[in-house]
Ligand binder design. Sequence first.
Ligand code: FE2
Length: 345
Amino acid sequence: MARVDVPGSPGGGGFSTATFAEVRLPDEVRDLLGDRLARDRDPFEDIDEASAHCHQAFAQLPLDALRSLLDFGRHPDAPGVTFVRNLPVDRLLPPTPRDGGPSLGKRTFVAEGVLLGLSGLLGEPVGFLSEREGRLVHDVVPVARGAATQTSQGSTVFLTFHNDLVHDRQECYSRPGPDFVVLNCLRADREGAAATYYADARDVVGLLDGATLDVLRSPVFRMNAPGGFVSALVEGHEAYSDPVPVLRGPGEFPEVVSAANGVRPLTTAGRAALETFQTACRAVAHEVRLAPGQALLLHNRKGVHARSRYTARYDGRDRWLQRTYVRRNLWDIRHRSLPGVRRIH
Ligand SMILES: [Fe+2]
């Protein structure tokens, strides 16, 4: 996998390759933003007001940084991942939650404001009942009982290349899911070993032969529903989708679907193609080791992401990310609306 060497960039500016972009905030912008967000109340008291407030704060970013972030969200030919650096952080950070969160000891909400501000430039933060009970901000922390699972709680296993999917009776699991996943780092693992990888389908496709691509574009794969759904809502039973392809859409703009909790190929050729696909993902992946003040914006349809193994000690000083799921709009998932609750489906 390709380690991302981050070149120096002018304040507020960014650079991009075909599939990776980077934005660094100038120090003075980081400090002003941090002061403003540090005064905010708990954003979950009124999420729409908090979201508007964060949007107003992020609208003050330097124009080139703001444009890079907006372009990432709106253009099919934009990079699949953007690395954002020099963001403000909470001055006092409580211990990393050991039970999957949320933290009860967090008194300021700078990290949440950063997450909502970045998310608001891409679309609408959305929660799903089957994932963290519908919370809009997920704490991504190691949990002892999930250490060896293919979930965000894991640490002792490589979390294979996947999209974040949502179980849905009507659709392939990718349809109602997030268009974007935003990760903000509050605390790195002590060794700085935990790496996040992103493989853009456009790069993956470039490594594959025609026969493999034909198989990956055929509906001979069944996706298992996410681990949270399977363990909480179907009592550990499997919940596989109808047969779907791994790749779909125009050759220039492929969309990829691959479940973390298991992809079941229905043919021998499908099994071989899936292995080749994962190998190609490793070959082309961008690698980022997130540190506090850094965030990753991941396009959840253009590519797949993964995580390395790392050491967790469950002592309050473990790695701590916060995550939002973001959709460009909520209209297309209105069939999942719950009475009296906005944003949770
Ligand atoms: Fe994920």
